[in-house]
Design a protein around this ligand. Sequence first.
Ligand SMILES: Cc1ncc(COP(=O)(O)O)c(C=O)c1O
Length: 389
Amino acid sequence: MKDLETIIAHAGEKRNKMGVAPPICQSSLFTFDSYEEISKAFDDPYNTPIYSRGNNPTVRILEEKVAAAAGGEACKFFSSGMAAISSAILHYIKSGDHIIAIKNIYGPANNFLNKYLKEKFNVEITFISGNDIEEFKSEIKENTKLFYLESPSSAIFSIQNLKEVVKLAKSKNIKTILDNTWATFVYQRPMEIGIDLEVHSASKYISGHSDVVAGCVIGKEKDIKEMFYEEFSYLGGVLGPFDAWLILRGLRTLPLRLKQHSENALKIALFLEKHPKIKKVNYVGLESFPQHNIAKQTMTGFSGLMSFEINTNVKGIKNFINTLEIFSIGVSWGGYESLAYAPIISILKEMPEDQIKSMGVSPGVIRISVGLESSRELILDLERALNEV
Ligand SMILES: Cc1ncc(COP(=O)(O)O)c(C=O)c1O
């Protein structure tokens, strides 16, 4: 099996007389026929189902499939994207180390580095835009152990030149972790570029149906095996077998779904770009996106999450959100359904509108996750909502 579509359909699964769909092994533990048999299982707990906070056959099918699809040696699934991300970072870092991270990474990942690890564990963090390799070079110190990357990054979708970053990291013996949730291994192949660990929120495109919270880490078997015995076992962020089964079911259509997300997103971005009430569209797939050409060097396609800025105030944003009918109002992204969210809703919890204005923060930003509905009707929905601004 070489082509991604075939790998996603079949990897990790054996022909099975019990049925074409894999079994859900809904069991916390596995029993053995004899002293000798359980003793043998303990010779290799990484590969043997003994207890499900370790190995479970349904979860293992998913892990083998994702490792094969991403072109990694191994994969471990976790109970959320954040469980995967925090475990991956902890795997490479100890007290006194220095991390260089991208400024606009997913908020809780940023807080984990900047608040939790920095304040409680004396880890040094430097945030950079990541747009220029010279920025990485100039921030490297003796104790720099990790580059934490997210490309495109959350909110503003800035891109790192992954090939250059990996080359620099390897020359300085620095590890690299990339959050590849946005592009997925269908459109961006970090394992082939030489990234050490690829992390995902599988709650997004990988599962794709907004019915599971999960995460995964993909990498060399040595790293994943060490994580299995340490961060995975000690922190215990384990994925249940039924959730694994749901992800397997969703994963089978990942390439097809992404194609549709991508086509819909481009049509919508082009519509928004021309609309007189729109100031700016942040969609990596647009030729006018400032880093589009860099993105094209590592991505073969673009998924469906973008943001745009409406020339308006909080009242206008309220009208816009409340007029939407097909776009649901909610956080998260990557599911079959289209979603809209205005970051001003969270910002207003922390400071009043006057202060927001004086800081130059625009209230008019909207983030949309473009789903699988008809692009014609999604555009009509946005047009109607924009008329109410
Ligand atoms: C880019 C990115 N990474 C990681 C996460 C965290 O994933 P989870 O919500 O599955 O913990 C999210 C969640 O929104 C995300 O957007």
